[in-house]
Write a protein that binds this ligand. Structure first.
Ligand SMILES: *Cc1c(COP(=O)(O)O)cnc(C)c1O
Length: 393
């Protein structure tokens, strides 16, 4: 874990760090001092493993897709995070973070959410642990994502519509940070991806790394070797991708292909392809690549997929891309939609639109016979049905 691991200052190369208001300094330092000790404790490991097994439904299957394998002339496996409780990988992180929060004596949880998926995963574990939960969500998103808002409320969370800025994810995050500044003593902020100030990116990557730990065991059983030739995942903030690649980072036999959202095309002005279009700057408390104007204003991202519609990217992925350890491809809306319909018709699996970006990236790689590829299907498509219904079939 040396070469691509976070350094003791909390950086991956030039990316990462903690850029936070002074008032949060103690909160973030306390978390940094506690998270590894807690995560390595027997109590945490037992509780985390048990909940992942009995509550989330892990291990998630590694499914050999005959249809995709035939089409691409190699062996393609799908890592089925779509089968987790609440329908995506996000629950791995929220379960882990609420256990850490409990261990640190925190009694209240806050979160930000864009499309509502992370909000639902957070409200779910708060119901499980009987902790009060406040979720900040841009007003525009509240109106677009009624079902997820209703789910969070049914789970007992308070959803606060945010009316500043464009009233989307970035504004919700600002509001969550403001709340945290007002209640630094009793509140833990559950960030939903490998973003935010150090130690969040590393903590979230470790919590999601159960994905690659399972892939190793499952591949060894199926193939007699514990590594694939290729790993594929989509990247919004980068948590499902980080979990998918975590235990393979130093294994250079494994090629890493990440799909970011090209939107209507990277040159169209309507895109969320941060690695292609971004430059270094500070967002959500860390230094990373982000989409911004020349004078440093964050540009509103666009993607058909709400979960990839984020103007930044986890610092680990900015670093892996700069080191050429990961190949990052931009996948456009129409390519993702086509891939989603193909998988649905040919395998009977309706994928999340985010995951469909990873599926479409298969088209952009030239495989050799005998190659083994593992693609993380980060979530199921139930939440995207409305978008799918509007596609002419
Ligand atoms: C939120 C979400 C993503 C994007 O988040 P990452 O942190 O990049 O993994 C991808 N897929 C699904 C299904 C999601 O809900």
């Amino acid at each position: 874990m040396q070469k691509y691991a976070i350094d003791e200052r909390g950086y991956y190369g030039e990316f990462g760090g903690a850029f936070i208001p002074e008032i949060l300094h103690k909160c973030v330092t306390d978390l940094k001092e506690a998270y590894l000790r807690i995560m390595e404790s027997d109590r945490f490991q037992q509780d985390f493993e048990k909940l992942l097994r009995d509550y989330v439904g892990r291990p998630s299957p590694l499914y050999h897709s005959k249809q995709l394998s035939e089409r691409y002339g190699c062996k393609i496996y799908l890592k089925r995070e779509d089968l987790n409780h609440t329908g995506a990988h996000k629950i791995n992180n929220t379960i882990g973070q609420i256990l850490i929060a409990r261990e640190m004596g925190k009694t209240r949880i806050i979160a930000e959410t864009g499309a509502g998926q992370h909000g639902v995963a957070t409200a779910t574990v708060c119901a499980l642990m009987q902790m009060p939960c406040t979720v900040y969500m841009g007003k525009t998103d509240v109106e677009r994502q009624e079902v997820n808002v209703k789910k969070m409320e049914m789970l007992g969370a308070t959803v606060v519509p945010v009316i500043s800025g464009n009233m989307t994810l970035k504004d919700a995050t600002n509001e969550a940070i403001r709340d945290w500044c007002a209640h630094p003593g009793d509140t833990h902020y559950i960030i939903g991806s490998t973003i935010g100030p150090d130690p969040y990116p590393d903590m979230v990557a470790r919590l999601q790394s159960v994905i690659s730990r399972e892939i190793k065991e499952q591949l060894l059983r199926e193939e007699g070797r514990d590594y694939p030739d290729y790993l594929f995942a989509c990247v919004g903030g980068g948590s499902n991708a980080a979990g998918t690649i975590y235990h393979y980072l130093n294994d250079e036999r494994v090629r890493i292909v990440l799909a970011e959202a090209g939107g209507k095309g990277i040159d169209s002005g309507e895109s969320a392809a941060t690695i292609h279009l971004g430059s270094a700057g500070i967002i959500h408390g860390c230094r990373t690549l982000l989409m911004q104007t020349e004078d440093g204003q964050i540009t509103e991202p666009y993607s058909i997929s709400a979960g990839l519609d984020y103007p930044g990217i986890g610092p680990i992925h900015a670093y892996l891309s700069s080191m050429k350890r990961a190949q990052v491809l931009a996948v456009n809306d129409d390519e993702a939609l086509k891939a989603a319909f193909d998988l649905t018709r040919n395998e009977g699996i309706i994928p999340a639109l985010e995951s469909a970006h990873a599926l479409a990236a298969l088209d952009k790689v030239i495989f050799s016979p005998g190659d083994i590829a593992v693609l993380t299907l980060s979530g199921r498509g139930d939440k995207d049905l409305e978008t799918y219904f509007n596609v002419p079939m």
